[in-house]
Design a protein. Structure first.
Ligand code: XMP
Length: 318
């Protein structure tokens, strides 16, 4: 596609000109936007770009290793991985309120990023994967949805560092960013992933978050996603995930009585994420996922399927 190739070539030249021999930092989240921005900027200026990847402990199963493998090894990018799991779990201890959890996660992310950014000397630019809808959203008067949930996205700006912004995707829509990602050689499976919220699994473990619950959720979620791919359903739904409830119920396994958590499978079909319907999976598929989760994940003995549409329910549970 010449238009995409053209965009990439023009943008690479522009980045080289703007940046010169200066240094750039970027917060890599593993999501599409920051990843495409990172690969593009890396093509332009190589190791003058340092990516900071904060592992919050609230990411999907093995996400940290996968990010390092694809971007660090395959694309040979300069990535500083920060293992900040303990800090996040410490701050989140016993916090149940969803909005407080969001704020804590958002703030902690900025602290960690800021701390790491300061360790890198002579940085002049902060790169971000801002896309056109983000630009519009930040300019418009926020509607009621902004009040319902404070949406946190990656990318705090370390203030006194006096950095200039570098936002190569700011005129593009999501589908264009995806196409550019593919053109740049990022695997389609990554580029076409469902959206993942900034606060991550922190808002999918309902109520108080701890390492054990997150790890139970990661296992269950990865089984669900794996089965969606295997059964050719992943691309037919807009967003799918598992939620862990702070509810234990009685079950039986062999001749033992169990008392374990309940997981909820959630899958939404939507165009704009403002309204959504639940995915009409077959009973066979739901049974398969439920059986696998209950048999394979220690800590879960009951699975429910969420059949609520948005509105009035939201896609996430918190
Ligand atoms: P809801 O739950 O409001 O979600 O129907 C709509 C879309 O927004 C995502 N979402 C978030 N994304 N930070 C984010 O970056 C957040 O705090 C957040 N809360 C919800 C949600 O995953 C869905 O795609």
């Amino acid at each position: 596609n010449w238009e995409l190739t053209d965009f990439i070539q023009t943008e690479i030249k522009r980045i080289q000109k703007v940046v010169g021999n200066k240094k750039v930092i970027l917060g890599l989240s593993g999501g599409v936007d920051s990843s495409v921005a990172a690969v593009l900027i890396n093509k332009a200026i190589g190791n003058q770009l340092t990516c900071i990847f904060v592992d919050t402990g609230l990411l999907r199963k093995d996400e940290g290793d996968k990010v390092m493998e694809i971007y660090g090894e395959h694309f040979n990018m300069n990535i500083k991985r920060v293992d900040a799991q303990e800090r996040f779990f410490f701050k989140l201890k016993d916090i149940e309120d969803p909005e407080r959890k969001r704020k804590i996660i958002g703030n902690e992310f900025v602290y960690v990023f800021d701390e790491e950014a300061r360790k890198i000397e002579n940085v002049d630019f902060l790169a971000q994967g801002t896309i056109y809808p983000d630009v519009i959203e930040s300019q418009s008067v926020k509607g009621p949805s902004a009040v319902i949930k404070s949406h946190h996205n990656v990318g705090g700006l370390p203030k006194e560092m006096n950095l200039q912004l570098l936002e190569p995707l700011r005129e593009l829509f999501k589908d264009e960013v995806r196409k550019i990602g593919v053109e740049l050689g990022i695997p389609e499976k990554l580029v076409y992933r469902h959206p993942f919220p900034g606060p991550g699994l922190g808002i999918r473990v309902l109520g108080a978050v701890d390492e054990e619950k997150v790890s139970i959720l990661q296992e269950a979620d990865s089984i669900f996603i794996e089965e969606l791919y295997k059964n050719n359903l992943y691309d037919k739904v807009s967003q799918a995930f598992v939620v862990l409830l702070p509810v234990k119920s009685v079950g039986v396994m062999g001749d033992e009585r169990t008392y374990e958590y309940t997981a909820v499978i959630r899958s939404a079909n939507t165009i704009d994420f403002m309204t959504a319907t639940w995915s009409k999976f077959s009973y066979e598929f739901l049974e398969l996922v439920s059986n696998r989760i209950i048999n394979e994940v220690k800590g879960i003995n009951r699975v429910a399927y969420d059949i609520s549409s948005k509105p009035p329910a939201t896609i996430e549970w918190e």
